[in-house]
Design a protein around this ligand. Structure first.
Ligand code: TA6
Length: 301
């Protein structure tokens, strides 16, 4: 399997290898390194050249192919959060409709590996299979294109191949590794309305955000960039985006982390999710035959 992938997608910047039950793809060029797994098409590491790891992955994460790896950038699609039958417009039925949609539980196909002007690019694709149809009975093609360039670019392209329109909510659920999440400043969200899912309230962000632990907020109609001030690591991490009207900021806090079997209790201090997405009020209709691209760029300075 690994030999086959290394042969089929032979490229000087790319290497496939096995980690427990998962295949890994490592990209490495003058801009840095990035590691992904086709399981969930999940980015697990991004180290810009001369810099340090940007992405948080739990030390106790499982790489068994049964459960999403805790950390990295899980792909949430075609629904974000718990399945909402009214919003998605499909029948509510059963446990097949897992949190954050179907994409992060599936092994995607590697479609291509190539050099592009911006850097080195890998593309994964996902199409319906039996398990997916139990949860999502509509034809689609989903691609994730990741480019390791001056910045790391992720493009999630969803195509409605069915004969009816449906709603999509989604996110590139990016876990950032930071020195100290509690109180960390995030710029760019000021003045935006948000849904606070811890307090179950709607509010407006006054001034720069200071990360609370726990917090679970969906910033609505937010199309600009957000900048994390990771002062303890002497860097700023900017998340720019396109095709995304929501930015989700999440930290589980101590109690939340204690509730996860795949996360050390104290690690909530060293991670925060800042996610490019389209969620809650920003879910959109994807008409039959149409496609939508959600992009995020991660840059460090
Ligand atoms: O993006 C924030 C969130 O939706 C939270 O509500 C929290 O549940 C988190 O994602 C992680 O979800 P998971 O299913 O990966 O444990």
């Amino acid at each position: 399997m690994i030999d086959d992938l290394n042969q089929r997608f032979s490229h000087p910047d790319v290497r496939f290898y096995q980690h427990d039950q998962l295949v890994m793809v490592e990209l490495s060029n003058d801009h840095g390194t990035a590691t992904l797994t086709p399981f969930g098409a999940t980015l697990l590491s991004y180290v810009p050249r001369g810099g340090e790891e940007v992405i948080w992955v739990s030390e106790t994460a499982r790489y068994d192919g049964a459960k999403p790896v805790r950390g990295g950038v899980p792909v949430c699609w075609p629904w974000f959060g718990p399945h909402d039958p009214e919003q998605i417009g499909t029948d509510p039925t059963d446990a097949n409709k897992k949190a954050h949609g179907i994409a992060r539980y599936e092994t995607w196909e590697v479609e291509s590996v190539r050099s592009v002007d911006a850097g080195t690019e890998v593309t994964f694709r996902l199409e319906p299979n039996e398990a997916i149809r139990q949860a999502w009975p509509h034809d689609f093609l989903l691609r994730l294109v990741v480019t390791l360039g001056e910045r790391l670019e992720m493009a999630l392209i969803g195509e409605n191949r069915s004969d009816r329109d449906w709603m999509v909510s989604e996110a590139l659920h990016t876990y950032f590794r930071v020195a100290e999440a509690p109180g960390m400043q995030v710029d760019g969200l000021e003045g935006h309305a948000y849904a606070d899912r811890v307090a179950d309230a709607r509010r407006t962000q006054e001034g720069p955000l200071q990360v609370a632990t726990p917090m679970d907020c969906v910033y609505l109609h937010h199309e600009g960039a957000a900048t994390l001030h990771d002062a303890g690591n002497g860097r700023q991490i900017a998340v720019a985006k396109a095709g995304s009207a929501s930015t989700i900021v999440w930290n589980p806090g101590l109690e939340g982390a204690q509730g996860f079997g795949d996360m050390p209790d104290e690690d909530y201090v060293h991670m925060v999710c800042v996610e490019a997405g389209n969620a809650l009020d920003d879910a959109y209709t994807l008409p039959a035959g149409a496609n939508h691209t959600l992009k995020a760029w991660i840059g460090v300075r």
